[in-house]
Design a binder for this molecule. Structure first.
Ligand SMILES: Cc1cc2nc3c(=O)[nH]c(=O)nc-3n(C[C@H](O)[C@H](O)[C@H](O)COP(=O)(O)OP(=O)(O)OC[C@H]3O[C@@H](n4cnc5c(N)ncnc54)[C@H](O)[C@@H]3O)c2cc1C
Length: 688
């Protein structure tokens, strides 16, 4: 481990400049509809979103000869470009020093249950290719002198399959993929927000309607632009704006509502990750890895300014307290069972309760953990064995947390400095936040949704199960971005007939009916209501009656919007208003799934505790049990199946389906299986 890394190296890993986009491509034509003239872009397929997953799909499709177009709300927005943890990760199955193999890795990926076994295998077996191709494009992943990839352990990962090029790994991924997209000449429509998927009367996808402020005018009152294509790849990321308490960057809406409106099936919406981080109001960042492995002092401050050493009410000894702060480094997401036996998720519970009291929570890197009353002071000599071994190996034996952090990961300090926060001087405010949606659009083994012609990749797709090893989100986006492109190339549907005028005209009429003077549903009110409901009732701690009530309220909101429309927003907020209407739908879908899950007796799992006075487990603390947070234990009952949600224009319906299986004993045989590859039968049926 280097003790001094030159500043210019730190700078290149934290300040990642993105490529310059050229002028916006010209549309292919204009669709005249009465007094409106809507620009049209004809394409073989359209990728919606320019995060790591969307760019991967676009690049792979273009290389296979597809006439692909990218449209994006914000070219370098979204989570890949704007967020990360202190170690953004990719999954690497190579350099196995533990006898690692793809089947083993697939088992780890799906260990939490409710995940398709074939999907887990696809992600495992595809990871080496995803990683190697990123290296080929210039992603600077760290290597040992013999070319092996440096690896480390993350959450839900026993082997240490993760790797990283520092805090900006996913931004660097976007950079190298974007450079490749530009090199390949893929048309890129920036500041362009997809607002409605269009289908013809037979149900066939005929493209997507988007909004661009620059197109607004008398002859195009909503600033519409029609992307006419028989295939769409939804790569719009996760629904970060669903929650008030969120570590997603600002403006992440995802495409769950867009998909629901088009009748596309969603899956595993009950599964989201929550954990500690700094909120998006400041600089959104996960406080995992070395931030907590340095073991800063954690405390809260009440409205009167008094400090509270609240973790001392939870842990029995200073050693236990400090060791559990450390463990949040690789046990980062909240997990109900880790609240038991004085585990590391007691930290999340404690912080959640402090925030509920109206207190602000901080970590101070200039103070070691303060002792538990009556116990010995903090000492590096008194730590649990796993913690002491790790810190010893890392050489993190400095007296103060800030020096241990500087030693283990100087980039961690540098990163916050970029946003005018100096953790070497000032305590850092943080909370338990929503960070990732494991569920999403249901897809098959090629990334295709329930609607032929619509693919979903990256966080838009609901490919993760209950848990996911740290780093597998980025890996899944790369693997399925490639798979979707391969499928598109082999199963490219016939070109569209006609010009789409009936579909665009019907969409225009819907917009005319939707925006109504006097409607109470403004952008601001929708945002406040939806985010408060989700954070207060569908966060890491869920109570059955709360969820039931929240679901009914979410449904009422959607009914009210259907009846009263949306208040016309400022002209530059038209797309935003539609995204909030879609969030209202997404929120009802999440609550519908959660409510069904709880009503059926589902136990705590993933990053959610299902709190229940009759639950079999209760968090125990130094000062007694926390009865109010008694919870249902994790059970195997529902791990073999997934909850699916569809919207019929009025109601959400929730159904179940078993996980797809994967036969681990089955072996490929070259001469037998080659023809299926050569003839393309591996891609399944031709699209009608
Ligand atoms: C703080 C934090 C830390 C994380 N750490 C890790 C980690 O260490 N390892 C890991 O694997 N994962 C991590 N994740 C998750 C991971 O970063 C995301 O799952 C991943 O980046 C999603 O990539 P994506 O391409 O699917 O979406 P995004 O990168 O979010 O991109 C979405 C794109 O869609 C565009 N868009 C959105 N809506 C529309 C629309 N309607 N029309 C047009 N364009 C639209 C956006 O502008 C953006 O370009 C982390 C997430 C967060 C928030």
């Amino acid at each position: 481990m280097l003790t001094h890394i030159p500043q210019e190296i730190l700078d290149t890993l934290t300040d990642v400049a993105m490529p310059r986009l050229g002028p916006a491509p010209e549309p292919s034509g204009l669709l005249e509809l009465g007094d409106q003239a809507i620009p049209v872009v004809e394409a073989g397929a359209v990728v919606i979103g320019s995060g790591a997953a969307g760019l991967r799909a676009a690049v792979e499709a273009k290389r296979r000869g597809i006439d692909i177009v990218i449209l994006s709300q914000s070219a370098w927005g979204g989570t890949s470009a704007c967020s990360g943890s202190d170690k953004q990760t990719l999954h690497t199955a190579n350099t196995a020093d533990q006898g690692d193999n793809f089947k083993e890795m697939a088992r780890a990926i799906r260990a939490g249950g409710a995940m398709d076994e074939d999907t887990a295998y696809i992600e495992a077996v595809g990871s080496a290719r995803a990683m190697a191709s990123l290296q080929y494009l210039g992603l600077p992943l760290p290597q040992d002198p013999l070319g092996g990839t440096l690896r480390y352990q993350t959450d839900h990962d026993e082997v240490g399959r993760a790797t990283s090029c520092g805090p900006r790994t996913s931004r660097l991924m976007v950079k190298v993929l974007a450079e490749e997209a530009l090199r390949l000449g893929i048309p890129f429509f920036n500041q362009t927000t997809a607002v409605e998927i269009l289908r013809d009367p037979t149900g066939r996808v005929v493209g997507v309607l988007a909004m661009r402020n620059r197109d607004q005018g008398a002859a195009n009152r909503y600033g519409l632009i029609y992307f006419r294509a028989p295939s769409l790849v939804l790569a719009a990321g996760g629904p970060g704006e669903l929650y008030r308490d969120s570590v997603f960057p600002n403006g992440c809406f995802g495409s769950l509502g867009l998909a629901l409106e088009a009748g596309v099936e969603l899956v595993n919406l009950t599964e989201s990750q929550f954990g500690i981080g700094t909120r998006r109001e400041g600089f959104p960042w996960n406080l995992s890895g070395t931030y907590v492995q340095a073991m800063p002092h954690i405390y809260s401050v009440d409205a009167q300014g008094a400090e509270h050493h609240f973790l001392a009410d939870y842990y029995r000894t200073t050693q236990e307290l400090a060791s559990n702060i450390f463990r949040k480094g690789y046990q980062w997401p909240f997990h109900a069972s880790r609240m038991l036996a004085f585990g590391s998720s007691l930290v999340d519970l404690a912080i959640f309760r402090e925030c509920a009291l109206g207190r602000r929570v901080f970590m101070d890197f200039n103070r070691n953990p303060v002792p538990v009353p009556g116990d010995q002071p903090f000492s590096l000599e008194r730590l649990d064995a796993d913690v002491a071994t790790y810190l010893g190996t890392a050489g993190a034996i400095q007296d103060l947390p800030i020096d241990r952090l500087r030693h283990m990961n100087p980039l961690a300090i540098e990163l916050y400095r970029r946003y005018k926060i100096d953790v070497a001087k000032d305590p850092l405010e943080f909370a338990v936040n929503n960070q990732h949606m494991n569920g999403g659009i249901a897809v098959d083994t090629w990334g295709q949704s329930s609607q032929p012609g619509i693919y979903a990749v990256g966080e838009a797709a609901g490919t993760h199960g209950v848990t996911r090893p740290g780093g597998s989100a980025l890996n899944a986006g790369q693997v399925f971005g490639t798979r979707a492109a391969e499928h598109l190339a082999k199963r490219c549907p016939a070109p569209l007939k006609g010009d789409g005028a009936p579909e665009v005209s019907a969409a225009l009429a819907r917009l005319d009916r939707l925006f109504r003077q006097g409607s109470p549903h403004t952008v601001e009110r929708l945002q406040t209501e939806i985010q408060a409901r989700m954070s207060d009732h569908a966060g890491p701690f869920c109570f059955s009656e709360d969820v039931m009530r929240a679901r009914a309220e979410a449904h009422n909101l959607n009914r009210a919007i259907a009846e009263q429309g949306l208040a016309p927003p400022r002209p530059n907020q038209l797309a935003r208003a539609l995204q909030w209407r879609q969030m209202a739908l997404a929120s009802e879908a999440v609550l519908a799934a959660l409510n069904d899950y709880i009503a059926e007796g589902g136990g705590s799992r993933g990053a959610r505790a299902i709190c229940d006075p009759d639950g079999g487990a209760v968090p125990e603390t130094r000062t007694g049990t926390v009865e109010a947070f008694r919870f249902r234990e994790e059970t195997d009952l529902n791990t073999g199946e997934q909850l699916c949600v569809r919207y019929d224009g009025q109601q959400m319906s929730v159904s179940k389906r078993p996980n797809r299986t994967f036969d681990e004993a089955a072996k490929t045989f070259f001469e037998r299986d080659w023809p299926a590859w050569l003839t393309g039968t591996i891609y399944g049926e031709e699209r009608a």
